[in-house]
Design a binder for this molecule. Structure first.
Ligand SMILES: *[C@@H]1O[C@H](CO)[C@@H](O)[C@H](O)[C@H]1NC(C)=O
Length: 571
Protein backbone atom coordinates (compact mmCIF):
# COMPACT_ATOMS: atom_id res chain seq x y z
CA UNK A 1 0.00 0.00 0.00
CA UNK A 2 2.73 2.44 1.01
CA UNK A 3 4.64 1.75 -2.16
CA UNK A 4 1.58 2.07 -4.27
CA UNK A 5 1.07 5.58 -2.89
CA UNK A 6 4.70 6.42 -3.51
CA UNK A 7 4.39 5.24 -7.09
CA UNK A 8 1.28 7.34 -7.54
CA UNK A 9 3.21 10.33 -6.23
CA UNK A 10 5.94 9.75 -8.79
CA UNK A 11 3.42 9.53 -11.61
CA UNK A 12 1.80 12.79 -10.51
CA UNK A 13 5.18 14.44 -10.47
CA UNK A 14 5.95 13.27 -13.98
CA UNK A 15 2.61 14.57 -15.24
CA UNK A 16 3.26 17.92 -13.60
CA UNK A 17 6.66 18.07 -15.25
CA UNK A 18 5.31 17.30 -18.70
CA UNK A 19 2.54 19.87 -18.35
CA UNK A 20 5.08 22.47 -17.39
CA UNK A 21 7.32 21.64 -20.36
CA UNK A 22 4.38 21.83 -22.73
CA UNK A 23 3.82 25.43 -21.68
CA UNK A 24 7.43 26.45 -21.25
CA UNK A 25 8.89 25.43 -24.58
CA UNK A 26 7.30 27.60 -27.22
CA UNK A 27 6.27 26.26 -30.57
CA UNK A 28 7.40 28.60 -33.30
CA UNK A 29 5.72 29.27 -36.61
CA UNK A 30 7.44 27.12 -39.21
CA UNK A 31 6.49 26.69 -42.84
CA UNK A 32 6.74 23.68 -45.09
CA UNK A 33 7.15 24.33 -48.85
CA UNK A 34 3.51 23.31 -49.42
CA UNK A 35 2.32 25.88 -46.89
CA UNK A 36 4.33 28.58 -48.64
CA UNK A 37 2.12 27.98 -51.70
CA UNK A 38 -0.97 28.00 -49.57
CA UNK A 39 -0.29 31.20 -47.63
CA UNK A 40 1.60 33.37 -50.10
CA UNK A 41 0.31 36.68 -51.39
CA UNK A 42 0.78 37.22 -55.15
CA UNK A 43 3.26 39.92 -56.21
CA UNK A 44 1.89 42.99 -58.02
CA UNK A 45 2.22 42.86 -61.82
CA UNK A 46 4.94 45.49 -62.08
CA UNK A 47 7.22 43.59 -59.67
CA UNK A 48 10.50 42.17 -60.93
CA UNK A 49 13.48 40.69 -59.11
CA UNK A 50 16.33 43.19 -58.72
CA UNK A 51 19.60 42.34 -60.47
CA UNK A 52 22.11 40.59 -58.19
CA UNK A 53 25.13 42.64 -57.10
CA UNK A 54 27.58 39.83 -56.39
CA UNK A 55 28.39 36.37 -57.68
CA UNK A 56 31.23 35.38 -55.37
CA UNK A 57 31.12 35.27 -51.58
CA UNK A 58 33.68 34.70 -48.86
CA UNK A 59 32.26 34.19 -45.38
CA UNK A 60 34.79 34.29 -42.58
CA UNK A 61 33.39 33.34 -39.18
CA UNK A 62 35.64 34.12 -36.24
CA UNK A 63 34.07 32.21 -33.38
CA UNK A 64 33.06 34.43 -30.43
CA UNK A 65 34.28 37.65 -32.09
CA UNK A 66 32.51 40.24 -30.00
CA UNK A 67 31.84 43.65 -31.57
CA UNK A 68 34.60 45.37 -29.58
CA UNK A 69 37.23 42.83 -30.71
CA UNK A 70 36.78 44.14 -34.24
CA UNK A 71 35.75 47.77 -33.82
CA UNK A 72 36.96 49.25 -30.53
CA UNK A 73 40.14 51.15 -29.77
CA UNK A 74 41.16 48.07 -27.82
CA UNK A 75 41.08 45.96 -30.99
CA UNK A 76 44.27 45.00 -32.77
CA UNK A 77 42.53 44.59 -36.10
CA UNK A 78 43.89 47.77 -37.64
CA UNK A 79 43.58 46.66 -41.25
CA UNK A 80 39.86 46.13 -40.69
CA UNK A 81 39.67 49.68 -39.28
CA UNK A 82 41.32 51.07 -42.39
CA UNK A 83 38.75 49.27 -44.59
CA UNK A 84 35.92 50.78 -42.54
CA UNK A 85 37.42 54.25 -42.86
CA UNK A 86 38.11 53.89 -46.61
CA UNK A 87 34.50 52.93 -47.24
CA UNK A 88 35.19 49.37 -48.44
CA UNK A 89 33.87 47.94 -45.19
CA UNK A 90 30.50 48.44 -43.51
CA UNK A 91 30.41 47.69 -39.79
CA UNK A 92 27.56 46.41 -37.61
CA UNK A 93 26.97 45.19 -34.10
CA UNK A 94 24.82 42.17 -34.84
CA UNK A 95 22.50 40.92 -32.11
CA UNK A 96 22.94 37.20 -31.85
CA UNK A 97 19.79 35.62 -30.54
CA UNK A 98 20.33 33.44 -27.43
CA UNK A 99 21.23 30.63 -26.86
CA UNK A 100 24.59 32.10 -27.87
CA UNK A 101 26.25 28.82 -28.81
CA UNK A 102 27.72 27.96 -32.20
CA UNK A 103 25.20 25.41 -33.51
CA UNK A 104 22.01 27.45 -32.99
CA UNK A 105 23.83 30.58 -34.15
CA UNK A 106 24.89 28.93 -37.40
CA UNK A 107 21.30 27.85 -37.91
CA UNK A 108 20.21 31.45 -37.39
CA UNK A 109 22.84 32.85 -39.73
CA UNK A 110 21.94 30.43 -42.52
CA UNK A 111 18.15 29.95 -42.19
CA UNK A 112 17.18 33.36 -40.76
CA UNK A 113 15.00 31.82 -38.08
CA UNK A 114 15.45 31.97 -34.34
CA UNK A 115 16.65 28.71 -32.84
CA UNK A 116 14.89 26.87 -30.07
CA UNK A 117 16.18 25.79 -26.72
CA UNK A 118 16.69 22.19 -27.81
CA UNK A 119 19.38 23.35 -30.25
CA UNK A 120 21.53 24.50 -27.36
CA UNK A 121 21.36 21.05 -25.84
CA UNK A 122 22.21 19.38 -29.13
CA UNK A 123 25.23 21.64 -29.51
CA UNK A 124 26.83 19.49 -26.84
CA UNK A 125 25.36 16.14 -27.92
CA UNK A 126 27.83 15.83 -30.73
CA UNK A 127 26.70 12.65 -32.40
CA UNK A 128 23.07 13.57 -32.60
CA UNK A 129 22.10 13.75 -36.25
CA UNK A 130 18.88 15.62 -35.51
CA UNK A 131 21.10 18.68 -35.19
CA UNK A 132 21.50 18.47 -38.96
CA UNK A 133 19.39 20.93 -40.87
CA UNK A 134 18.52 18.24 -43.38
CA UNK A 135 16.44 19.90 -46.03
CA UNK A 136 15.49 22.97 -44.00
CA UNK A 137 15.72 25.98 -46.24
CA UNK A 138 18.87 28.05 -45.90
CA UNK A 139 20.98 30.21 -48.19
CA UNK A 140 23.46 27.34 -48.28
CA UNK A 141 20.73 25.13 -49.73
CA UNK A 142 19.68 27.87 -52.15
CA UNK A 143 23.26 28.23 -53.36
CA UNK A 144 23.48 24.48 -53.80
CA UNK A 145 20.21 24.39 -55.79
CA UNK A 146 21.58 27.14 -58.06
CA UNK A 147 24.77 25.13 -58.64
CA UNK A 148 27.07 27.31 -56.61
CA UNK A 149 30.21 25.50 -55.54
CA UNK A 150 30.69 25.94 -51.82
CA UNK A 151 33.99 25.16 -50.09
CA UNK A 152 34.10 25.03 -46.31
CA UNK A 153 37.08 24.92 -43.98
CA UNK A 154 36.88 25.17 -40.20
CA UNK A 155 34.54 24.22 -37.36
CA UNK A 156 33.01 20.83 -38.20
CA UNK A 157 29.61 22.01 -36.90
CA UNK A 158 29.06 23.19 -40.48
CA UNK A 159 29.53 19.63 -41.73
CA UNK A 160 27.03 18.36 -39.20
CA UNK A 161 24.49 20.97 -40.27
CA UNK A 162 25.07 20.57 -44.01
CA UNK A 163 26.38 17.08 -44.69
CA UNK A 164 25.76 17.19 -48.44
CA UNK A 165 26.08 20.70 -49.74
CA UNK A 166 29.82 21.37 -49.83
CA UNK A 167 31.92 20.75 -52.92
CA UNK A 168 35.05 20.58 -50.82
CA UNK A 169 35.50 20.72 -47.09
CA UNK A 170 37.68 19.96 -44.13
CA UNK A 171 36.35 20.20 -40.60
CA UNK A 172 38.34 21.05 -37.50
CA UNK A 173 37.27 19.55 -34.21
CA UNK A 174 36.08 22.14 -31.71
CA UNK A 175 36.36 19.87 -28.70
CA UNK A 176 39.80 20.67 -27.30
CA UNK A 177 39.57 24.25 -26.17
CA UNK A 178 43.17 24.30 -25.04
CA UNK A 179 44.30 24.35 -28.65
CA UNK A 180 44.69 27.92 -29.93
CA UNK A 181 46.80 27.40 -33.01
CA UNK A 182 46.22 24.09 -34.79
CA UNK A 183 42.48 24.70 -35.20
CA UNK A 184 43.26 27.93 -37.03
CA UNK A 185 46.31 26.82 -38.97
CA UNK A 186 44.26 23.89 -40.27
CA UNK A 187 41.96 26.47 -41.87
CA UNK A 188 44.57 28.94 -43.05
CA UNK A 189 46.74 26.36 -44.77
CA UNK A 190 43.98 25.90 -47.35
CA UNK A 191 44.14 29.55 -48.37
CA UNK A 192 47.32 29.19 -50.44
CA UNK A 193 45.42 27.08 -52.91
CA UNK A 194 41.89 28.43 -52.47
CA UNK A 195 42.99 32.04 -53.06
CA UNK A 196 45.22 31.16 -56.02
CA UNK A 197 43.93 31.87 -59.51
CA UNK A 198 43.21 28.21 -60.09
CA UNK A 199 41.70 27.67 -56.65
CA UNK A 200 39.36 30.65 -57.01
CA UNK A 201 38.01 29.35 -60.29
CA UNK A 202 36.52 26.34 -58.49
CA UNK A 203 34.42 27.99 -55.83
CA UNK A 204 31.61 30.53 -55.78
CA UNK A 205 31.35 30.61 -52.03
CA UNK A 206 34.17 30.05 -49.56
CA UNK A 207 33.34 29.54 -45.89
CA UNK A 208 36.04 29.75 -43.23
CA UNK A 209 35.33 29.23 -39.56
CA UNK A 210 38.13 30.07 -37.13
CA UNK A 211 37.86 28.68 -33.59
CA UNK A 212 41.04 29.88 -31.93
CA UNK A 213 39.67 33.14 -30.56
CA UNK A 214 36.78 31.35 -28.87
CA UNK A 215 39.18 28.85 -27.32
CA UNK A 216 41.34 31.67 -25.97
CA UNK A 217 38.20 33.18 -24.43
CA UNK A 218 37.23 29.92 -22.74
CA UNK A 219 40.71 29.47 -21.33
CA UNK A 220 41.71 32.98 -20.37
CA UNK A 221 38.78 35.35 -20.88
CA UNK A 222 38.50 38.31 -23.24
CA UNK A 223 41.59 39.96 -21.76
CA UNK A 224 43.80 36.92 -22.08
CA UNK A 225 47.38 37.64 -23.05
CA UNK A 226 46.86 35.54 -26.17
CA UNK A 227 44.02 37.71 -27.41
CA UNK A 228 45.90 40.60 -29.07
CA UNK A 229 48.06 38.24 -31.06
CA UNK A 230 45.04 36.25 -32.23
CA UNK A 231 43.28 39.41 -33.32
CA UNK A 232 46.35 40.41 -35.32
CA UNK A 233 46.39 36.98 -36.94
CA UNK A 234 42.70 37.29 -37.90
CA UNK A 235 43.35 40.80 -39.19
CA UNK A 236 46.15 39.58 -41.43
CA UNK A 237 43.90 36.87 -42.89
CA UNK A 238 41.24 39.48 -43.49
CA UNK A 239 43.81 41.63 -45.30
CA UNK A 240 44.88 38.70 -47.41
CA UNK A 241 41.34 37.87 -48.51
CA UNK A 242 40.62 41.53 -49.20
CA UNK A 243 43.67 41.88 -51.43
CA UNK A 244 43.35 38.55 -53.19
CA UNK A 245 39.60 38.41 -53.68
CA UNK A 246 37.76 41.70 -53.07
CA UNK A 247 40.28 43.94 -54.86
CA UNK A 248 40.56 41.52 -57.77
CA UNK A 249 36.87 41.18 -58.45
CA UNK A 250 34.22 43.92 -58.06
CA UNK A 251 31.50 41.28 -57.98
CA UNK A 252 32.84 39.61 -54.86
CA UNK A 253 31.46 40.10 -51.37
CA UNK A 254 33.44 39.41 -48.23
CA UNK A 255 31.61 38.95 -44.92
CA UNK A 256 33.44 38.76 -41.58
CA UNK A 257 31.47 37.96 -38.47
CA UNK A 258 31.47 36.52 -34.99
CA UNK A 259 28.77 33.90 -34.39
CA UNK A 260 28.27 35.24 -30.83
CA UNK A 261 30.18 37.24 -28.23
CA UNK A 262 31.56 36.22 -24.84
CA UNK A 263 31.09 37.41 -21.25
CA UNK A 264 33.73 38.79 -18.89
CA UNK A 265 35.20 35.39 -18.18
CA UNK A 266 35.10 34.22 -21.79
CA UNK A 267 32.03 31.99 -21.66
CA UNK A 268 28.90 32.26 -23.75
CA UNK A 269 25.47 30.71 -24.13
CA UNK A 270 23.41 33.24 -22.22
CA UNK A 271 21.70 36.47 -23.10
CA UNK A 272 23.93 39.16 -21.59
CA UNK A 273 24.83 42.08 -23.88
CA UNK A 274 28.42 40.90 -24.05
CA UNK A 275 27.35 37.47 -25.28
CA UNK A 276 24.80 38.72 -27.82
CA UNK A 277 26.84 41.57 -29.33
CA UNK A 278 28.70 39.95 -32.18
CA UNK A 279 30.73 41.78 -34.80
CA UNK A 280 29.64 41.84 -38.43
CA UNK A 281 31.40 43.51 -41.32
CA UNK A 282 30.56 43.42 -45.02
CA UNK A 283 33.34 44.30 -47.46
CA UNK A 284 33.21 45.06 -51.16
CA UNK A 285 34.52 47.49 -53.78
CA UNK A 286 30.93 48.48 -54.48
CA UNK A 287 30.43 49.98 -51.02
CA UNK A 288 33.20 52.54 -51.47
CA UNK A 289 31.90 56.07 -51.77
CA UNK A 290 28.35 55.27 -50.63
CA UNK A 291 28.97 56.49 -47.06
CA UNK A 292 27.31 53.44 -45.52
CA UNK A 293 29.00 53.92 -42.13
CA UNK A 294 27.34 57.33 -41.67
CA UNK A 295 30.72 59.02 -41.17
CA UNK A 296 31.53 56.99 -38.06
CA UNK A 297 35.26 56.35 -37.93
CA UNK A 298 36.98 53.22 -36.66
CA UNK A 299 38.20 52.40 -34.08
CA UNK A 300 35.39 53.41 -31.74
CA UNK A 301 35.99 54.07 -28.04
CA UNK A 302 35.42 50.96 -25.94
CA UNK A 303 31.97 51.12 -24.34
CA UNK A 304 29.88 48.91 -22.10
CA UNK A 305 26.76 49.11 -24.25
CA UNK A 306 28.47 47.59 -27.25
CA UNK A 307 27.58 50.55 -29.42
CA UNK A 308 29.68 50.04 -32.50
CA UNK A 309 28.27 51.19 -35.83
CA UNK A 310 24.63 50.35 -36.59
CA UNK A 311 22.86 47.68 -34.57
CA UNK A 312 21.11 44.97 -36.54
CA UNK A 313 19.99 41.41 -35.91
CA UNK A 314 22.35 38.72 -37.00
CA UNK A 315 19.54 36.99 -38.90
CA UNK A 316 19.15 40.15 -41.01
CA UNK A 317 22.20 38.89 -42.84
CA UNK A 318 20.07 36.16 -44.44
CA UNK A 319 17.62 38.18 -46.57
CA UNK A 320 20.37 40.76 -47.23
CA UNK A 321 22.80 38.19 -48.54
CA UNK A 322 20.27 36.32 -50.66
CA UNK A 323 19.11 39.60 -52.19
CA UNK A 324 22.65 40.78 -52.91
CA UNK A 325 23.52 37.54 -54.69
CA UNK A 326 20.13 37.01 -56.33
CA UNK A 327 18.90 33.85 -54.60
CA UNK A 328 15.56 32.96 -53.06
CA UNK A 329 15.08 33.91 -49.40
CA UNK A 330 14.91 30.84 -47.11
CA UNK A 331 11.23 30.26 -46.39
CA UNK A 332 11.40 30.54 -42.61
CA UNK A 333 13.52 33.67 -42.54
CA UNK A 334 12.55 36.25 -39.89
CA UNK A 335 15.29 38.73 -40.81
CA UNK A 336 14.92 42.11 -42.47
CA UNK A 337 16.95 43.46 -45.38
CA UNK A 338 19.63 45.79 -43.92
CA UNK A 339 18.49 49.26 -45.11
CA UNK A 340 22.03 50.62 -45.69
CA UNK A 341 22.44 48.33 -48.67
CA UNK A 342 19.40 49.78 -50.43
CA UNK A 343 21.87 52.48 -51.53
CA UNK A 344 23.25 50.03 -54.07
CA UNK A 345 19.95 50.04 -55.97
CA UNK A 346 17.75 52.35 -58.03
CA UNK A 347 14.54 53.72 -56.52
CA UNK A 348 12.31 51.23 -58.27
CA UNK A 349 14.50 48.36 -57.16
CA UNK A 350 14.54 49.60 -53.57
CA UNK A 351 10.78 49.28 -53.55
CA UNK A 352 10.93 45.78 -55.03
CA UNK A 353 13.45 44.62 -52.45
CA UNK A 354 11.36 45.82 -49.52
CA UNK A 355 8.21 44.41 -51.08
CA UNK A 356 9.83 41.02 -51.46
CA UNK A 357 11.03 41.06 -47.85
CA UNK A 358 7.58 42.12 -46.62
CA UNK A 359 5.71 39.50 -48.62
CA UNK A 360 8.03 36.74 -47.46
CA UNK A 361 7.45 37.65 -43.80
CA UNK A 362 3.74 37.95 -44.52
CA UNK A 363 3.57 34.27 -45.46
CA UNK A 364 4.68 33.40 -41.92
CA UNK A 365 2.32 35.96 -40.40
CA UNK A 366 -0.59 34.66 -42.43
CA UNK A 367 0.12 31.12 -41.37
CA UNK A 368 0.11 32.12 -37.71
CA UNK A 369 -3.15 34.06 -38.28
CA UNK A 370 -4.58 31.13 -40.21
CA UNK A 371 -5.47 32.79 -43.53
CA UNK A 372 -4.18 35.04 -46.30
CA UNK A 373 -4.89 38.69 -45.52
CA UNK A 374 -5.05 41.44 -48.15
CA UNK A 375 -1.89 43.48 -48.72
CA UNK A 376 -2.38 47.15 -49.62
CA UNK A 377 0.08 49.02 -51.84
CA UNK A 378 2.75 50.66 -49.70
CA UNK A 379 5.59 53.12 -50.18
CA UNK A 380 9.11 52.41 -48.91
CA UNK A 381 8.60 53.92 -45.45
CA UNK A 382 5.42 51.93 -44.96
CA UNK A 383 7.11 48.76 -46.14
CA UNK A 384 9.95 49.27 -43.68
CA UNK A 385 7.39 49.74 -40.92
CA UNK A 386 5.50 46.61 -41.99
CA UNK A 387 8.72 44.57 -41.99
CA UNK A 388 9.68 45.84 -38.55
CA UNK A 389 6.28 44.98 -37.07
CA UNK A 390 6.08 41.59 -38.75
CA UNK A 391 9.50 40.72 -37.42
CA UNK A 392 8.56 41.76 -33.92
CA UNK A 393 5.31 39.83 -33.91
CA UNK A 394 6.93 36.68 -35.29
CA UNK A 395 9.81 36.64 -32.86
CA UNK A 396 7.45 37.35 -29.99
CA UNK A 397 5.29 34.36 -30.88
CA UNK A 398 8.35 32.14 -31.16
CA UNK A 399 9.27 32.92 -27.57
CA UNK A 400 5.76 33.13 -26.09
CA UNK A 401 5.02 30.85 -23.17
CA UNK A 402 1.72 29.02 -22.84
CA UNK A 403 0.78 30.14 -19.33
CA UNK A 404 -2.23 27.89 -18.56
CA UNK A 405 0.00 24.84 -19.01
CA UNK A 406 2.79 26.36 -16.93
CA UNK A 407 0.39 27.18 -14.09
CA UNK A 408 -1.24 23.75 -14.27
CA UNK A 409 2.19 22.14 -14.04
CA UNK A 410 3.29 24.23 -11.07
CA UNK A 411 -0.07 23.71 -9.33
CA UNK A 412 0.12 19.97 -9.69
CA UNK A 413 3.69 20.04 -8.37
CA UNK A 414 2.53 21.90 -5.25
CA UNK A 415 -0.34 19.52 -4.59
CA UNK A 416 1.91 16.55 -5.10
CA UNK A 417 4.56 17.96 -2.76
CA UNK A 418 2.11 18.71 0.03
CA UNK A 419 0.48 15.31 -0.32
CA UNK A 420 3.77 13.46 -0.17
CA UNK A 421 4.93 15.35 2.91
CA UNK A 422 1.70 14.58 4.69
CA UNK A 423 2.06 10.98 3.71
CA UNK A 424 5.64 10.97 4.91
CA UNK A 425 4.73 12.60 8.26
CA UNK A 426 2.14 9.90 8.76
CA UNK A 427 4.03 6.79 7.74
CA UNK A 428 7.68 7.59 8.39
CA UNK A 429 7.30 9.61 11.60
CA UNK A 430 10.76 8.86 12.92
CA UNK A 431 12.49 10.39 9.96
CA UNK A 432 10.38 13.43 9.58
CA UNK A 433 13.33 15.76 10.25
CA UNK A 434 14.93 14.37 7.10
CA UNK A 435 11.92 15.27 5.03
CA UNK A 436 11.87 18.67 6.65
CA UNK A 437 15.47 19.51 5.85
CA UNK A 438 14.78 18.25 2.36
CA UNK A 439 12.06 20.87 1.92
CA UNK A 440 14.25 23.63 3.34
CA UNK A 441 16.96 22.63 0.96
CA UNK A 442 14.79 22.52 -2.15
CA UNK A 443 13.12 25.84 -1.46
CA UNK A 444 16.55 27.44 -1.11
CA UNK A 445 17.82 25.60 -4.14
CA UNK A 446 14.99 26.78 -6.39
CA UNK A 447 15.54 30.34 -5.23
CA UNK A 448 19.10 29.87 -6.42
CA UNK A 449 17.89 29.47 -10.01
CA UNK A 450 16.57 33.01 -10.24
CA UNK A 451 19.76 34.41 -11.73
CA UNK A 452 22.39 32.77 -13.88
CA UNK A 453 25.11 34.38 -11.78
CA UNK A 454 23.72 32.51 -8.78
CA UNK A 455 23.65 29.22 -10.66
CA UNK A 456 27.31 29.76 -11.47
CA UNK A 457 28.08 30.00 -7.75
CA UNK A 458 25.86 27.04 -6.88
CA UNK A 459 28.61 25.15 -5.07
CA UNK A 460 28.32 27.51 -2.09
CA UNK A 461 24.86 26.17 -1.43
CA UNK A 462 25.92 22.56 -1.57
CA UNK A 463 28.90 23.29 0.56
CA UNK A 464 26.78 25.03 3.17
CA UNK A 465 24.22 22.21 3.39
CA UNK A 466 26.84 19.50 3.51
CA UNK A 467 28.60 21.26 6.35
CA UNK A 468 25.40 21.96 8.29
CA UNK A 469 24.30 18.40 7.95
CA UNK A 470 27.63 17.06 9.03
CA UNK A 471 27.40 19.29 12.10
CA UNK A 472 23.93 17.92 12.75
CA UNK A 473 25.25 14.37 12.76
CA UNK A 474 28.06 15.35 15.10
CA UNK A 475 25.53 16.89 17.49
CA UNK A 476 23.45 13.74 17.46
CA UNK A 477 26.62 11.84 18.16
CA UNK A 478 27.43 14.01 21.15
CA UNK A 479 23.99 13.24 22.51
CA UNK A 480 24.83 9.59 22.47
CA UNK A 481 23.65 8.26 19.16
CA UNK A 482 26.17 6.04 17.50
CA UNK A 483 28.15 7.05 14.52
CA UNK A 484 31.82 6.40 15.06
CA UNK A 485 34.15 9.38 15.47
CA UNK A 486 36.41 7.77 12.93
CA UNK A 487 33.62 7.91 10.38
CA UNK A 488 33.02 11.56 11.14
CA UNK A 489 36.70 12.33 10.76
CA UNK A 490 36.71 10.60 7.38
CA UNK A 491 33.70 12.66 6.42
CA UNK A 492 35.41 15.93 7.33
CA UNK A 493 38.55 15.00 5.46
CA UNK A 494 36.47 14.11 2.41
CA UNK A 495 34.66 17.42 2.63
CA UNK A 496 37.89 19.35 2.74
CA UNK A 497 39.19 17.43 -0.26
CA UNK A 498 36.03 18.18 -2.18
CA UNK A 499 36.38 21.86 -1.57
CA UNK A 500 39.88 21.77 -2.92
CA UNK A 501 38.82 20.43 -6.33
CA UNK A 502 37.30 23.64 -7.42
CA UNK A 503 36.61 26.33 -4.89
CA UNK A 504 35.30 28.95 -7.23
CA UNK A 505 32.43 29.45 -9.62
CA UNK A 506 32.53 31.80 -12.60
CA UNK A 507 33.16 34.97 -10.69
CA UNK A 508 36.58 34.26 -9.29
CA UNK A 509 37.52 31.73 -11.89
CA UNK A 510 40.35 33.82 -13.28
CA UNK A 511 41.92 34.62 -9.94
CA UNK A 512 44.91 32.56 -9.06
CA UNK A 513 43.38 30.70 -6.16
CA UNK A 514 44.52 27.42 -4.75
CA UNK A 515 42.55 24.73 -6.41
CA UNK A 516 43.43 21.34 -7.73
CA UNK A 517 41.49 21.80 -10.93
CA UNK A 518 43.89 24.53 -12.02
CA UNK A 519 46.83 22.17 -11.72
CA UNK A 520 44.91 19.26 -13.16
CA UNK A 521 43.82 21.23 -16.20
CA UNK A 522 47.44 21.86 -17.06
CA UNK A 523 48.13 18.15 -17.32
CA UNK A 524 48.27 16.63 -20.79
CA UNK A 525 44.91 15.70 -22.28
CA UNK A 526 45.53 11.98 -22.22
CA UNK A 527 46.14 11.67 -18.48
CA UNK A 528 44.49 14.74 -16.88
CA UNK A 529 40.89 13.48 -17.01
CA UNK A 530 41.90 10.07 -15.64
CA UNK A 531 43.68 11.55 -12.66
CA UNK A 532 40.76 13.85 -12.02
CA UNK A 533 38.29 10.96 -12.10
CA UNK A 534 40.36 8.85 -9.72
CA UNK A 535 40.66 11.70 -7.22
CA UNK A 536 36.93 12.25 -7.31
CA UNK A 537 36.31 8.62 -6.53
CA UNK A 538 38.78 8.72 -3.66
CA UNK A 539 36.98 11.66 -2.08
CA UNK A 540 33.60 9.95 -2.30
CA UNK A 541 34.90 6.77 -0.67
CA UNK A 542 34.79 7.93 2.96
CA UNK A 543 31.14 8.77 2.53
CA UNK A 544 30.36 5.51 0.81
CA UNK A 545 31.87 3.66 3.76
CA UNK A 546 29.84 5.62 6.28
CA UNK A 547 26.58 4.97 4.52
CA UNK A 548 27.34 1.30 4.20
CA UNK A 549 28.41 0.81 7.75
CA UNK A 550 25.75 2.88 9.46
CA UNK A 551 22.99 2.93 6.91
CA UNK A 552 21.30 5.76 8.77
CA UNK A 553 19.09 8.09 6.84
CA UNK A 554 21.22 10.99 8.04
CA UNK A 555 24.31 9.64 6.45
CA UNK A 556 22.42 8.98 3.26
CA UNK A 557 21.40 12.57 3.26
CA UNK A 558 24.95 13.80 3.70
CA UNK A 559 26.03 11.42 0.99
CA UNK A 560 23.53 12.92 -1.36
CA UNK A 561 24.59 16.51 -0.63
CA UNK A 562 28.12 15.36 -0.98
CA UNK A 563 27.56 13.88 -4.43
CA UNK A 564 25.80 17.00 -5.64
CA UNK A 565 28.55 19.16 -4.28
CA UNK A 566 31.03 17.05 -6.12
CA UNK A 567 29.02 17.31 -9.31
CA UNK A 568 28.83 21.07 -9.13
CA UNK A 569 32.49 21.51 -8.38
CA UNK A 570 33.47 19.05 -11.09
CA UNK A 571 31.65 21.13 -13.66
C1 LIG B 1 44.61 19.44 -38.24
O1 LIG B 1 45.02 18.75 -39.38
C2 LIG B 1 45.78 17.58 -39.14
C3 LIG B 1 46.26 17.04 -40.47
O2 LIG B 1 45.20 16.85 -41.36
C4 LIG B 1 44.93 16.58 -38.35
O3 LIG B 1 45.69 15.43 -38.06
C5 LIG B 1 44.45 17.23 -37.07
O4 LIG B 1 43.59 16.36 -36.37
C6 LIG B 1 43.74 18.54 -37.37
N1 LIG B 1 43.43 19.19 -36.11
C7 LIG B 1 42.21 19.62 -35.80
C8 LIG B 1 42.04 20.25 -34.47
O5 LIG B 1 41.26 19.52 -36.55
Amino acid sequence: MRYFVLLLGLLLQLTAFLLFCRGFFPTKVLLTPAEVEQFSTPYPNNYHDPEPQFNKVVLMVVDAMRADFLFSNNSRMSFAHSLLNDGYGVGFTAFSNPPTVTLPRLKGITTGSTPNFIDAVLNIADDDTSSSLGDSDSWIRQMFLENWNINMFGDDTWLKLFPNYFAKSEGTASFYVSDFTIVDNNVTRHLDYELSKEGKSYWDCLILHYLGLDHIGHKGGPNSSNMPQKQEEMDSILERIFKEVVLQDPNSLFIVLGDHGMNDVGNHGGSSTAETSAALMMISQKFKGLGLNNDIKAPIALNDDYNYFSKIDQIDLVPTLTELIGLKVPINNLGAFVPQFLELYSNEEKNNILLKNALQLKVLLDKSHGGVHPFPEMDNTELLEFIKNAKEELSRSSSAYDYPFIYAGIGLFLIETLASYMFFAFHFKDHFHIAFSDVVFFVTYSANFIASSMVEEEHHLWWFFTTVYTAFIILKNLRGEKISWLGILAMLVGLRLLKAWNNSGQKHNMKANMKLSTYLSQLPENIGPNIYASLLIISVLPMGIIVNVFGKPESEMVFWFYLQFERSSAT
